[in-house]
Design a protein around this ligand. Structure first.
Ligand code: CP
Ligand code: NVA
Length: 310
């Protein structure tokens, strides 16, 4: 049975810890392990736009000794309605793993159910777990290692109903973080995800809070994170979001409420003047470029870890 990574809680706390440590090891020495030497191919399938995820997986697979096969979903037969399960059965005969950015999480689950090789979520409407692995790697890198994560507070301001909010809840609490989501009424996370995060927190000491009070969310936070107010596929609601989201902008006022040395994270792409000001994202507390680099190291660790167990 292959191990898959479809959502953040597919790794339990001990497993996530192993992947994060491995990611930091890849950060120190990019070529210390090359499990795809052969080279073995990895299918990188994209149904939505991408810069960081596409590049970091392609470079990562190459650095692991493998061959990254980039496939645009729309130009594959998936785009003409071929069954997801049939696609899985074709790809898994030729590729060591399948990395997929798509819309509904359900499609990813269908791919995993029929695949004999690991399937990795490269972003769905519901989750972006590889991003949160990179974010945790960044905090560990800059703030005392993986063992320093438990007990830290991560505040996320913005769209509480999107993939990043869900993944911060599950992945953050798995790492023992106190995750606070500051979001306007009507944009709260999926209650099932929130309940799952709280259940994980019982074991890790982490916690999950959702609030419409920006100051409560940010108070003394060690990490202040945000994401675009308009996720891919939600462009039609962009105008309606500006007003309710405005109080949740990551700006110097919000940052002043966080811990004095708080790190600022943004998965990117960023829209300066919307969810974050230029002053903050381009300022001294911003860790976004390390965060973007850490996509590479964290995903190499994840692929290595999954391949060793599949
Ligand atoms: N953060 C992130 O996933 O970026 P891309 O959409 O560019 O891949
Ligand atoms: N929430 C954003 C993340 C982009 C990396 C989106 O889904 O568009």
């Amino acid at each position: 049975m292959a191990r898959h990574f479809l959502r953040d809680d597919d790794l339990d706390p001990r497993e996530q810890h192993e992947v994060l440590e491995l990611g930091l090891a890849f950060r120190d020495d990019r070529f210390f392990r090359t499990p795809l030497t052969g080279p073995r191919a990895v299918a990188l399938l994209f149904d939505k736009p991408s810069t960081r995820t596409r590049v970091s997986f392609a470079v990562g697979v190459a650095e692991l000794g493998g061959y990254p096969m980039l496939i645009d979903g729309a130009s594959s037969q998936l785009g003409r309605g071929e069954r997801v399960e049939d696609t899985a059965r074709v790809l898994d005969r030729q590729c060591a793993a399948i990395v997929w950015r798509t819309f509904a999480q359900e499609r990813l689950e269908q791919m995993a159910s029929a695949s004999a090789v690991p399937v990795v979520n490269a972003l769905t409407d519901e989750f972006h777990p590889c991003q949160v692995l990179a974010d945790l790697t960044t905090v560990a890198q800059l703030r005392g290692g993986v063992d320093a994560l438990p007990g830290m507070t991560l505040a996320y301001l913005g769209d509480g109903a999107n993939n990043m909010a869900n993944s911060y809840l599950l992945g953050g609490v798995t790492a023992g973080l106190h995750v606070r989501i500051g979001t306007p009424a009507g944009y709260q996370p999926d209650p099932a995800v929130l309940a799952k995060a709280r259940e994980i927190g019982e074991a890790t000491g982490g916690s999950a809070l959702v609030t419409a009070d920006r100051d409560e969310a940010v108070a003394q936070a060690d990490v202040l994170a945000t994401d675009t107010w308009v996720s891919m596929g939600h462009e039609a609601s962009a105008e309606a979001r500006s007003e309710p989201f405005a109080p949740f902008q990551v700006n110097t006022d919000a940052l002043a409420l966080a811990a004095p040395d708080a790190l600022v994270l943004h998965c990117l792409p960023a829209y300066r003047g919307k969810e974050i000001t230029a002053e903050v994202i381009d300022g001294p507390q911003s860790a976004v470029w390390d965060e973007a680099e850490n996509r590479l190291h964290a995903q190499k660790a994840l692929l290595t870890w999954l391949l060793e167990r599949s």
